[in-house]
Design a protein around this ligand. Sequence first.
Ligand SMILES: NC(=O)c1ccc[n+]([C@@H]2O[C@H](COP(=O)([O-])OP(=O)(O)OC[C@H]3O[C@@H](n4cnc5c(N)ncnc54)[C@H](O)[C@@H]3O)[C@@H](O)[C@H]2O)c1
Length: 265
Amino acid sequence: MTTNLPIAVTGVSSGIGAATASMLNDRGIKLVGIDRTVPESFAGTFIQADLSTPAGARAAAAQVAEAAPGGLQGLANIAGVPGTAPWRTVLGVNVFGVRELTRALAPVLAEGASVVNLASSVAFHWRGLADACARFALAQDTEEALDAVAGDAHATGESYLFSKQCVCFLTEHLSAELLPRRIRVNAVSPGPVQTPILEDFKNDHGRDKVEGAAKLLGRFGEPEDVARVVAYLLSDAAPWINGADIRVDGGLTAYRSSAAIVAGF
Ligand SMILES: NC(=O)c1ccc[n+]([C@@H]2O[C@H](COP(=O)([O-])OP(=O)(O)OC[C@H]3O[C@@H](n4cnc5c(N)ncnc54)[C@H](O)[C@@H]3O)[C@@H](O)[C@H]2O)c1
């Protein structure tokens, strides 16, 4: 949609969120940025907020709505925390932060607006866990939902992976929820990208595995590799892409998954 309404972007103080904000600003788009950390530089209205609780996300949404009285043409849910953080925080920010902020901002998203959620290429096989994702990500009471998965080895021991599997599910779900208003909701799933979170991934998943990916691909992804796709999905150039998950990983998932299939012959 071509309007001069702003786009709200979370996670603008670092990495992919900062690169997305800068790219959108270069294209003349007004911005409302949200992060728990104040950015070193940001062109637009910045709102400092903690998205780890539904109350925090809803308070952020109220401030965004105030900063954008005419409404929004888009929302990019980019803020996220790695699996080295406590699992409740990982699930709180990465799953409920996305759900609560999107639903709280839905009334101010203009008809034809676009929402983009940052998932991850590691969540590629999420459909095998779709029921568990739906049960968790759609729970009314988020504290109850967190308590309910406290004994679940996948949800707590692999909280980052589970959180991004839930984001893939939520993207399809929110896309269906917002379809009557012609609001598109898509996910972008990066492979390893050179941002501060990468060091946590190395600690969480194993240094050799993460660095091996860069050796295979020739390099790590750059924040701009991902920001470019987020900006595309937010734009008029992608009017018929809705409910999709776009992998941006230099071919890593295809390589690993085809190798696993061939090895199984
Ligand atoms: N970098 C990668 O390799 C990679 C790969 C796959 C997916 N991702 C996803 O991309 C997104 C962006 O990651 P990045 O690489 O730019 O990481 P980053 O650490 O550089 O940036 C994350 C941003 O989120 C903000 N944030 C974290 N918790 C918050 C909270 N409670 N409230 C508000 N803001 C909060 C941080 O302050 C930071 O500015 C994340 O969702 C991440 O999971 C990254």
